[in-house]
Design a protein around this ligand. Structure first.
Ligand code: NDP
Length: 500
């Protein structure tokens, strides 16, 4: 913690975590910092609460979750304003974020029983005398650790699904956005006043580390790849399963038959929304030679129109003050190594703001192409054809999302991207589709939130077989006879012995 207060940088004073606006430095909220013992106690309380919550069943939980969704929806302006004050995000972007989160709460609540509830599964000839039953039972207490860049959408992507599955949740919001985290928890307590089913614990990274070691039955982490490694190492000590939603360096591919106006519009949005502080933000573009110049012209025109500033602007401040240095380094390095800033450039960095910056012809091994920039910048490089574009897009260890613009080949190209998600003729849209799983590959993490996979992530498969008739061909018993075994050999050959 810095002694001199930098606007936006959280401070700790008299045992409280104080978050401030990155634009003005005004205090946004203060919350007691949890000790390791506090975190353990919260998890202990959550165990009892979780049993009670699980006991409500799918119907009872659905009703509460839909009421929570209703409260958030009715107070959307208030929450958007808080997101804006605490993180600097433009109010319009905050509204879009909250709307997306509401859709996820709604879908998780309405679909939990169908996806996770008890059901009979088909039996086959082997063990035909048994029925099979499957259900996904809650873990108990799930720990959720969230980042600051989407302080509503990201924790809800895990928490709403975990809650719908019947778990209690202990949530550690980012130290940059504790007020938003606490607000979500407080609204939940209004509709579930009986038990602390959804709690927040506040503090710096050590509180997150304490949550990993607190005895939670599963840990859902969203944040940087560097921290994901620490989280996984801490959870390994107790074999606590983890879900990791980590960083990205998503690419957009623009093919020769793309609608260039639409591609440029989506590129500008995908790269610059939330000042580029988006895990699935477009940070690199590969445009094929025939359309490269026309595409870049359009991007520069559209991005050049965006306003930058504290209130009512398209692009707000950089939330985490230290990130400004990373953004500056990436831009300066790109330019020093032969890249050209066709919009913005090193002078665009004016803390706490960074003006839109479009870099072209940037070497593929430069930081601006290989590392997460997390600022309102984008590199656009020329490629021979989509094959080269795919090769370059897939060259990084990250693999979160991606986007492809084109007609004939776009879906096929999207499928070739080494990523968990891709949008064809749009950007970022998969995040808002509650029926689609969300998550990455490689250094972008593993496990899935959202959709059916997202619900199953928070339930343990429980399998039950039940005898419904006497076994005609006993196998799993010492009572079987040599004749039975001979018959089993015949069955094995008859059923599985054909083919190569
Ligand atoms: P960080 O990794 O710095 O922090 C994420 C969370 O982890 C914070 O709550 C942080 O607490 C906590 N934390 C820090 N150290 C530890 C530790 N040792 N053990 C446990 N928890 C710890 O990420 P940011 O908050 O800076 O978020 C930006 C990153 O998140 C980007 O890389 C972005 O790509 C990624 N992200 C990924 C998404 C996805 O879905 N894949 C979605 C959104 C963002 P504190 O803040 O107090 O340090």
């Amino acid at each position: 913690m810095t002694a001199v207060h930098v606007p936006g940088a959280p401070t700790i004073s008299a045992g409280d975590l104080i978050s401030t606006s990155p634009a003005t430095g005004a205090e946004a909220g203060r919350f007691p910092v949890a000790t390791e013992a506090d975190v353990r106690e919260a998890v202990q309380r959550a165990r009892t609460a979780g049993e009670w919550w699980a006991g409500l069943g799918f119907t009872g939980r659905r009703e509460r979750l839909l009421r929570w969704r209703g409260v958030l929806a009715r107070r959307i302006e208030e929450l958007a304003e808080l997101v804006h004050t605490e993180g600097g995000k433009p109010v319009g972007d905050a509204v879009v974020e909250i709307l997306t989160a509401l859709e996820h709460i709604d879908w998780a609540a309405r679909n939990a029983r169908r996806v996770l509830g008890p059901r009979r599964v088909r039996t086959r000839l082997i063990l035909a005398e048994f029925t099979g039953h499957l259900e996904y039972q809650p873990y108990g207490v799930v720990g959720v650790i969230g980042p600051w860049n989407y302080p509503v959408f990201t924790p809800i992507g895990s928490a709403a699904y975990a809650l719908a599955a019947g778990n209690a949740v202990v949530f550690k919001p980012s130290e940059y956005t504790p007020a938003v985290g606490q607000w979500l928890v407080d609204r939940f307590a209004e509709v579930v006043p009986e038990q602390p089913v959804f709690q927040a614990v506040h503090g710096l990274g050590d509180v997150g580390a304490a949550l990993c070691r607190s005895g939670v039955a599963k840990l859902a982490f969203t944040g940087s790849t560097a921290t994901a490694r620490k989280v996984m190492a801490a959870c390994a000590e107790t074999l606590t399963p983890v879900l990791l939603e980590a960083g990205g360096k998503d690419a957009m591919i623009v093919d020769a038959d793309a609608d260039l106006d639409a591609a440029a519009e989506a590129c500008v949005w995908g790269a610059l929304t939330n000042a580029g502080q988006t895990c699935i933000g477009i940070e690199r573009v590969y445009a094929v030679d025939q359309v490269f110049d026309a595409f870049v012209d359009r991007v520069v025109t559209k991005a050049g129109r965006l306003t930058v500033g504290p209130d009512g602007a398209d692009i707000g401040p950089i939330t985490m003050p230290s990130q400004v240095d990373v953004i500056r380094r990436h831009i300066e390095d790109a330019v020093a190594r032969g890249g050209r800033a066709v919009l913005g450039g090193p002078d665009a960095v004016q803390p706490p703001y960074v003006h839109p910056t479009v870099l072209v012809d940037v070497p593929e091994d430069s930081a601006a192409v290989r590392e997460e920039t997390f600022g309102p910048t984008v590199t656009v490089n020329r490629v021979r054809d989509v094959d080269e574009a795919v090769e370059r897009a897939n060259a990084l260890p990250y693999g979160l999302g991606g986007s492809v613009f084109g007609r004939k080949r776009a879906v096929a190209v999207a499928r070739r991207l080494r990523s968990g998600m891709a949008a064809v003729n749009s950007t970022l849209t998969f995040a808002g589709m509650s029926t689609l799983p969300f998550g990455g590959v490689g250094e972008s993490g593993f496990g899935r939130i959202h959709g059916e996979d997202g619900l199953r992530e928070f339930g343990r498969a429980k399998s039950v077989t039940r005898r419904r008739a006497r076994s005609l061909l006993p196998s799993m018993t010492f009572e079987r006879t040599p004749t039975d075994v001979a018959r089993l050999v015949k069955v094995a050959k008859l059923m599985y012995g054909r083919g190569r």
